[in-house]
Design a protein. Structure first.
Length: 399
């Protein structure tokens, strides 16, 4: 029988989606499942985007240019400039989601065995993208005790070897909600300049900040390292358009852009209709974002307050994105998450959470932690956390 590749065998399962079959079984039993496991907002997509799709006047849904429609890239550059982010049209390549942008970035800058330093816990698919390109993830561990803050620059620098090609961050972070301060970004810039590395920044959640004094500092505004910086972005969260699968890769480095373009040509083009919707979405009024941010801030505050009422739970307040990592009084979050769906309900209701082990690459880390996405309304969040509280009592008594 033909064998599977080592790359395929080593590809990690998604900690976010691997429990989906158990959720389906729970729903077949008639149980309501509160989804705290995935960053799928329940916020409505902007009406201007929906209307653009409804009013498409096309006789042929044809390929777009491999870099994406120029009209969309121009409008996107203007959007960034309004946010004081230093981006021009020629710096942008449209991709099929932020995921493809990350894959293209890693494929462009790494050879098999090259290393990417990533603060962990990190978005689980970073590991999958590295595996896909035969790169090696080198984690620098942040801890819940200090709010998942960036470890010292000296600690990061100790991990640099001749095989190191880049440092990858998510700002603000998935799964922790940690927000890198301008000072930290500039410290990383000094490090990549010193060792001639790339700094890849996933800035998908840039708008989602909740505390008045906080501000997002884009890597595109770093000076003296323009050739070392790659930004990844997406419309998925900004406009609640996860299914549109439109993202972008942004850099001033022409060699990187030319190489990324070869990968972009190989996959032909990003989706046509979705680009039309995303171009229209840029006209979304500021009032939409003001309401969304206000709603998420209330959800964050509600979730953290409710989690802090559960004995034995440790959680830090995220500054951005819409996730937090919670440490539970259990030994194995994978087993607990499966048990919640397979064997537990409270009056016909249960919850789905994402075990945090999959957000670490260091063996043994995150075993008693889960990622929770606060993408449900406040009433449902309270119900879900109460189910979690009661489930922990039953689970720990059973075990």
């Amino acid at each position: 029988m033909p064998t599977i590749s080592n790359k395929g065998r080593n590809m990690p399962e998604s900690p976010i989606r691997k429990l989906a079959p158990y959720a389906d079984i729970a729903k077949q039993k008639g149980h309501k499942v509160y989804h705290l496991n995935i960053g799928q907002p329940d916020i409505k997509t902007p009406e201007v985007a929906i209307e653009a799709v409804k009013n498409i006047d096309l006789n042929i849904i044809e390929y777009s240019p491999s870099a994406g429609y120029e009209s969309y890239r121009k409008k996107l550059a203007t959007f960034y400039q309004r946010q004081n982010v230093n981006v021009n049209t020629e710096d942008i390549i449209i991709t099929t989601g932020g995921s493809e942008a990350l894959l293209f970035a890693l494929a462009t800058i790494t050879d098999p065995g090259d290393e990417i330093i990533i603060p962990e816990p990190f978005y689980a698919n970073y590991h999958a993208f590295a595996s896909s390109t035969s790169a090696t993830v080198v984690p620098v561990i942040s801890t819940i005790e200090n709010g998942f803050a960036l470890p010292s620059i000296a600690e990061v620098e100790r991990l640099i070897t001749p095989k190191t090609k880049a440092i990858l961050i998510c700002n603000p972070g998935n799964p922790t909600g940690y927000l890198y301060a301008e000072k930290e970004i500039k410290q990383l810039a000094g490090l990549i300049k010193k060792h001639d590395l790339y700094l890849i920044a996933d800035e998908v959640y840039r708008e989602f900040l909740y505390d008045g004094d906080d501000a997002h500092f884009s890597v595109m505004n770093l000076e003296d390292v323009e050739q070392n910086v790659i930004m990844v972005d997406s419309v998925s969260k900004r406009y609640s358009m996860c299914g549109a699968r439109i993202g972008c890769l942004v850099t001033k480095n022409k060699s990187v852009l030319a190489t990324v373009m070869k990968f972009a040509q190989a996959r032909l083009s990003p989706p046509t209709i979705e680009q039309i919707a995303c171009e229209a979405a840029i006209d979304t009024p500021q009032s939409y974002f003001d309401e969304v941010i206000s709603e998420y801030k209330q959800r964050r505050d509600t979730l953290i307050a409710e989690l802090n009422k559960i004995e034995g739970v440790i959680v830090t307040k995220p500054k951005g994105a819409f996730y937090c990592i919670a440490q539970l009084p259990i030994d194995d979050s994978d087993a607990f998450a499966q048990w919640l769906l397979e064997s537990y309900d409270l009056k016909g209701e249960t919850v789905m959470i994402a075990p945090a082990k999959g957000f670490y690459s260091t063996p043994g880390m995150g075993l008693n932690q889960v990622r929770i996405a606060y993408v449900l309304n406040q009433n449902d969040l309270k119900k879900a956390v109460n189910i979690l509280k009661e489930a922990l009592l039953v689970y720990n008594k059973k075990n």
